[in-house]
Design a protein around this ligand. Structure first.
Ligand code: HEC
Length: 139
């Protein structure tokens, strides 16, 4: 019996160590998490400071889309360039692919980072708002 208890003790210890290593410092705040999502999924096109690339990719700093209506902005992430197809004066040579494979929380976090970085400062977006836009556009 003692042996089994000892074994269980070691096993649960090892398991919790494993869980800790899988997720060493899970950031708890939306902007901190959003920075990680941004670095993984947006930075390659929109650049580290959100400045974009002239004629290729728009800057996200003070962008009217970033600071504008939340559902429109969420749609840009879910549908990519398709969401901007009817907007006037779009001259970017690059295309933005849909990023609907990200979770609702990842999208909300990334947008909260973008909406509160690069000189932007505005209200938070919640994952339930992403969910309702996803339902609206049917993806
Ligand atoms: C493959 C490159 C690429 C990736 C990756 C990408 N974008 Fe884009 N993004 C673009 C391009 C190009 C446009 C302009 C598209 C157009 O006008 O058709 C754009 C447009 C936008 C706009 C509209 C901005 C404006 O003022 O015109 C926003 C907001 C945006 N992207 C946010 C993001 C976020 C947030 C991510 C990551 C979750 C992301 N993008 C990932 C290339 C990319």
């Amino acid at each position: 019996m003692k042996k089994i208890a000892g074994l269980l003790f070691i096993l649960t210890g090892a398991l919790s160590l494993f869980a800790f290593q899988m997720n060493p410092k899970a950031p708890s705040k939306t902007i901190d998490r959003g920075k990680i999502v941004y670095n993984n999924y947006c930075l390659s096109c929109h650049m580290p400071n959100g400045e974009g690339v002239p004629r290729m990719t728009p800057s996200l700093s003070k962008s009217k889309y970033v600071l504008g209506q939340k559902p429109n902005l969420i749609e840009i992430i879910l549908l990519g360039s398709e969401a901007l197809a009817n907007e006037p004066n779009r001259t970017f040579k690059n295309l933005m692919a849909p990023l609907d494979n990200l979770t609702d929380l990842e999208i909300a976090d990334a947008l909260n980072y973008v909406r509160n970085s690069f000189g932007n400062k505005t209200t938070f977006i919640y994952s339930k708002e992403v969910k309702s836009v996803r339902l609206k556009v049917g993806i």
